[in-house]
Design a binder for this molecule. Structure first.
Ligand code: PMP
Length: 418
């Protein structure tokens, strides 16, 4: 029957592949494994009491009616008003008409794929890029082209020419400018300007995934792409950048509350999509998220930055101390990830099998983040979850395994050498 089903699925189902991350998340339940795999917040840091109180309030007296009732597709108005102020602090002047509440930013990525990508249309991405974005976009059957905001992109003519050759349009460029998943890297102000220039010349939308924006541990934040764009274009309704935000990395991913901030015509279409797909994000979760964000966002994110900064520092120090020289890694200014380049020939997926069995450590093989299946000698380490002593010991065990694997690789390449 299995094959019978496969032939009945629409073509777009070919673009739906199981995620290695999802499989790996199951390992988090094994207490003997130190997991550097899932890019998820530490649950012990959730503002649990604040959420408990907010749910109680939302369900008390007359408020309960609204919390348990259907609501508008655009999202809970006080939450959108809070986000107007939040976006204002990021340099984006906008109104509630420029904001749609989504079920996490993942839903926004799916909607944007649905809104902009026709079969064979071109999406510009970095290599590597966020696996969840590839999963959201790929069912809409795009072709991918690559940008390198720091090192230099191809010429606009080249992107336009390649799209023209496949008789397709340029759908959008997708970027995670701050502490990217998986590399942890941040795009410099010059790189941001270069990307906006490119999108202007190609007259295409730019999707800014700002999932980790609030988690900066050092240095100064470059302006959001949307803020730069508003300045250049004359305001949000003239901007081509579509900003996707989320409370998942700051307050809680479980409530599934994210948002899109963009020009009104984009929001209006997305509202229709929201209506067709799930009517609206859960009323009670939006009400509660607003109450908690309003009281605690600044204070809570300050605390998170302190904790995660220490965890980042511990992981970087342990890598420095224990990893053999051919291994290199990024030094992120924020977020949750360190991206490791192994020596050529060491395969991240194979290393994971041994790491689980021998070093009791898990991570995500980097290949998962490449649309073209390259990147075999890379791995993603997340420092958000493991506490300091555990992280230190885990990196030491992983480094020992890498050293052994590297020695074995060399012995195969140069048999007889000692
Ligand atoms: N974008 C990036 C870069 C992410 O890492 C994630 C979560 N892994 C998301 C979007 C989606 O997060 P959510 O749907 O919980 O907002």
């Amino acid at each position: 029957m299995m094959n019978e089903w496969l032939k009945r699925f629409a073509n777009r189902a070919d673009g739906m592949q199981a995620s290695e991350i999802r499989e790996l998340l199951k390992l988090l339940d094994r207490p003997d494994i130190t997991s550097f795999a899932g890019g998820i917040p530490d649950p012990s840091l959730f503002p649990t009491e604040a959420f408990a109180a907010a749910y109680r309030d939302a369900l008390t007296g007359t408020a309960a009616g609204a919390a348990l009732q259907y609501s508008v597709s655009e999202g809970y108005l006080p939450l959108r008003q809070w986000l107007v102020a939040h976006m204002g602090r990021l340099g984006v002047a906008c109104s509630t008409d420029n904001i749609l509440i989504t079920s996490g930013s993942q839903q926004a990525l799916d909607y944007l794929g649905k809104l902009f990508i026709g079969p064979q249309d071109t999406v510009l991405i970095t290599r590597p890029t966020y696996l969840g974005a590839l999963q959201a976009f790929s069912p809409y059957e795009p072709r991918y082209e690559y940008v390198q905001p720091e090192v230099g992109n191809a010429t606009p003519a080249l992107y336009a020419g390649a799209a023209g050759a496949s008789r397709s349009k340029l759908a959008f460029a997708y970027l995670t400018p701050d502490f990217a998943n998986p590399t942890g890297e941040t795009i410099s102000p010059a790189g941001r300007t270069r990307m906006l220039d490119l999108c202007n010349e190609l007259d295409m939308p730019l999707v800014e995934d700002a999932a980790y924006e609030a988690l900066r541990y050092e240095g100064v934040s470059p302006p959001a792409l949307l803020a730069l764009d508003c300045r250049r274009s004359g305001g949000i309704d003239l901007a081509r950048t579509i900003y996707c935000g989320t409370f998942s990395k700051t307050l809680s991913p479980g409530l599934r509350v994210g948002w899109v901030c963009a020009a009104r015509p984009v929001i209006q279409k997305l509202v229709l999509m929201k209506q067709a797909s799930d009517l609206h994000s859960p009323s009670i979760n939006q009400i509660v998220m607003h109450a908690v964000a309003d009281k605690y966002y600044a204070e809570h994110t300050r605390m998170l930055r302190d904790v995660y900064r220490r965890r980042r520092d511990v992981m970087l120090a342990a890598l420095n101390e224990h990893m053999p020289p051919p291994v290199t890694w990024t030094r992120p200014d924020g977020g949750m990830f360190v991206w490791v380049r192994l020596p050529d020939g060491l395969d991240g997926t194979r290393l994971l099998e041994r790491a689980i069995a021998e070093a009791r450590v898990a991570f995500v093989p980097g290949k998962a983040f490449y649309a073209d299946g390259t990147g075999t000698s890379t791995i993603r380490l997340s420092f958000s979850l493991a506490e300091e002593t555990e992280s230190k010991a885990g990196i030491e065990r992983l480094a020992r395994l890498v050293r052994n694997e590297y020695a074995r690789l060399n012995a195969q390449a140069y048999p007889g050498s000692s």
